[in-house]
Design a binder for this molecule. Structure first.
Ligand SMILES: Nc1ncnc2c1ncn2[C@@H]1O[C@H](COP(=O)(O)OP(=O)(O)OP(=O)(O)O)[C@@H](O)[C@H]1O
Ligand SMILES: [Mg+2]
Length: 663
């Protein structure tokens, strides 16, 4: 057989960038992708499509496809097995009237010269059997559909519960912006795709696969030579289709189609999310261009796959279409062997009729089987993405948790990289100690590692080298509950639940009384907000309710921290809310919160931390200097530069303010 080359001179139009890259690589023999071994559309190419999806080599080997679906169904796997078994029974029932009617015809043919000699009781039994089979078909399909739907919703439930459980156990560092989008997609779209497949397609696939098998088994029993004439074209169709899809180009166009589909999905979400920013900067046209380019690339890859698959599909259809022709040839070959009496001829005619009838009906389930294979490959990809989350390592809980001894925080020789131990270091050999009850400022240029320090104290990530101690104990030896009870954190961007104001504050301590919630609201200086809202603490926040300003939201977060009353507090200073009154209130709330606690303030305005016991200056992941303000001004050039820059900014603010008032 002729070897298939990837370069197609006949192809005058190149549809997409991915396609061009493939042909360019193909022209350079050593780098032809070795993906040719993957099975037709069975998900083998999915991994090629997303090599950067973070599939770490340490992941446990999981089952795939249906076997994995069964595993995910957990205790409800019986339902799934039942649904499939009933679908198979239904296809047997669907086929049996053909055979029963064939036997009836056979009776008539055998007794055509004396119809009175027909055993009418036997005929009636055959007819009743055909009717019963029709009834069994209806009932089995109904029950199979019911079971499939029940199984589907159970799988949906089980998978979502497993995912939620997992998300509660992974380190908080897992939830980067990119991951959040991925997780959202897996939790909704991917889980629902599985539900849809199990509820609607699994039984179809089972009957599409079993109907031809049942039919062929029966036909083999009737006449194996004619049965072979029906089977050979179907087998040929599968082989032709499989061979076409399994070439490197087949795998490449499938992979390109899937990858560009995912890119487009991301661009679409980004485009819609960022629309307000795009509009403000009047960039809609250029932003749209990227969206358009991604859409074009996707369409190009679909065209490529369509163009490429067309010949394979065509050959497959031709093979299936040749079925009747094969049967005809087989009939002509078998005919001379039939005995030359009228009865044998008549019987042969009814057999041929049966084969033509059944053969014609077999095409539909065979084609359906191929469609279901494609659907199944989409489901495989969804299951794989779910497994990627389920396989993410849990935050390691200590076997014997220890108790913190005091409210100190200590870093000793801590190094950390977001990209694993060998990546660029976000923190490089950082050592410092925050004694119990002290107030410390954390300053430095953007990207210096300030937020990373906060993330390590909260154990969003574990240090690659050195140790982070809270209360004198390595954070890896504290239970996650104890760590969370000991350290509070106020983020720069506060997250509010779409719930009442009270519920939002109560997140700090579910057991607090309403009076305690009110006291926390007062301490965090949000009593003015409570008084202003129509239903006070019971006002709903967020969609369908009232929206709070950024500064107000941050004060709600501070109220949570008051209610939680943890001995260590990490604050990320808000800079975005320049409104003087709001800022004054936030500072006042910060000051109250800091009493009797160990406080680390990530400060963007040096004024905030000038009075702190000590200031840590971070620069490019290293602790550049530490000490009180006055000492730092004397000994740290970087700190002096920061102070000067701050003074210039304040002067500029004041000048701008004067301009404003004059204008
Ligand atoms: N999730 C992340 N994944 C990969 N790299 C990150 C991540 N977060 C931060 N980094 C990198 O780590 C380094 C330190 O970042 P970090 O956020 O700690 O700086 P920062 O001092 O808080 O800066 P800023 O003042 O701008 O908030 C930077 O080089 C940054 O690009
Ligand atoms: Mg930061």
């Amino acid at each position: 057989m002729k070897a298939k080359t990837a370069v197609r001179p006949a192809l005058s139009t190149v549809f997409s960038k991915a396609q061009r890259a493939f042909y360019e690589r193909a022209a350079d023999p050593p780098s032809v992708p070795g993906a040719g071994a993957s099975s037709p559309g069975a998900g083998g190419s999915d991994r090629d499509a997303a090599p950067a999806a973070g599939a770490s080599s340490a992941r446990p080997k999981r089952k795939q496809g249906l076997a994995r679906l069964m595993e995910l169904a957990g205790r409800k796997r019986g339902l799934l097995v039942g649904a499939v078994a009933l679908a198979v029974a239904a296809s047997a029932a669907r086929f049996s009237p053909f055979i029963l009617v064939y036997f009836m015809m056979d009776q008539v043919v055998m007794h055509f010269h004396d119809l009175a000699s027909i055993d009418w009781r036997f005929m009636a039994a055959l007819a009743a059997g055909a009717l019963a089979a029709a009834a069994v078909y209806g009932v089995a399909m109904y029950l199979s559909t019911m079971l499939a739907h029940t199984a589907a919703f159970n799988i949906l439930y089980e998978v979502r519960v497993q995912l939620m459980g997992k998300l509660a156990r992974v380190p908080s560092g897992f939830f980067s912006d990119v991951r959040q989008g991925e997780v959202k997609k897996v939790m909704s779209a991917d889980v629902e795709q599985i539900e849809g497949f199990v509820a609607h397609h699994l039984a179809d696939a089972a009957s599409a696969a079993s109907l031809p098998l049942v039919a062929i088994a029966c036909l083999l029993a009737v006449d194996w030579r004619l049965a072979l004439a029906l089977v050979i074209p179907i087998v040929a169709a599968f082989i032709l289709m499989g061979r076409a899809l399994a070439t490197p180009e087949g795998a490449a166009c499938q992979a390109a189609m899937r990858a560009s589909g995912e890119t487009l999905e991301g661009t679409t979400v980004e485009y819609v999310h960022g629309m307000s920013v795009v509009k403000v900067f009047n960039r809609s046209l250029s932003a749209f261009r990227r969206f358009e380019a991604d859409a074009r690339e996707y369409v190009g890859n679909i065209k490529w796959a369509t163009y490429f698959n067309a010949s394979g599909m065509g050959r497959m259809y031709a093979a299936i279409g040749a079925q009747m022709l094969c049967l005809l040839v087989a009939v002509l070959l078998v005919l001379p062997g039939v005995s030359a009496d009228g009865q044998s001829y008549a019987r042969f005619v009814s057999t041929v009729l049966l084969f033509f009838l059944v053969g014609a009906g077999m095409k539909e389930p065979v084609l359906q089987m191929i469609t279901q294979t494609v659907t199944m490959s989409g489901v495989n990809a969804a299951v794989e993405r779910i497994d990627e989350i389920l396989d993410y390592p849990d935050l390691a809980e200590p076997a014997e948790p220890r108790e913190p001894q005091d409210a100190s925080v200590e870093f000793s020789h801590v190094s950390f990289s977001y990209a694993g131990p060998d990546g660029p270091r976000a923190l490089d050999d950082v050592s410092f100690r925050l004694p119990s009850g002290s107030i410390t400022g954390l300053v430095g240029p953007s990207g210096g590692g300030k937020s990373t320090i906060a993330a390590l104290i909260l154990r969003f990530f574990d240090a690659d080298e050195g140790s982070v101690r809270v209360g004198g104990v390595d954070v890896r030896e504290l239970s996650s509950q104890r760590l969370s009870d000991t350290v509070s954190f106020v983020f720069q961007d506060t997250f509010l639940l779409a719930d009442t104001l009270e519920a939002n504050i109560r997140m700090g301590n579910e057991a607090a009384t309403r009076d305690e919630v009110l006291a926390a609201a007062r301490a965090a200086c949000i009593d003015d907000v409570v008084a202003r809202l129509p239903e006070g603490l019971d006002t709903r926040i967020g969609p369908g309710g009232t929206y709070l300003s950024g500064g107000e939201a941050q004060r709600v977060a501070i109220a949570r921290v008051f209610l939680k009353d943890a001995p260590i507090v990490v604050l990320d200073e808000a800079t975005a809310y320049a409104d003087a009154e709001n800022e004054g209130r936030i500072q006042q709330a910060f000051a109250r919160l800091a009493r009797d606690k160990t406080v680390l303030i990530i400060a963007h305005r040096l004024k905030t931390v000038e009075a702190a016991d000590r200031i840590l200056v971070m620069d490019e992941g290293r602790l550049a200097a530490q000490g009180p303000h006055d000492a730092l001004v004397r000994k740290s050039a970087l700190y002096r530069r920061m102070v000067e820059a701050n003074e210039r900014r304040d002067a500029w603010d004041m000048a701008a303010g004067k301009e404003d008032r004059r204008g």
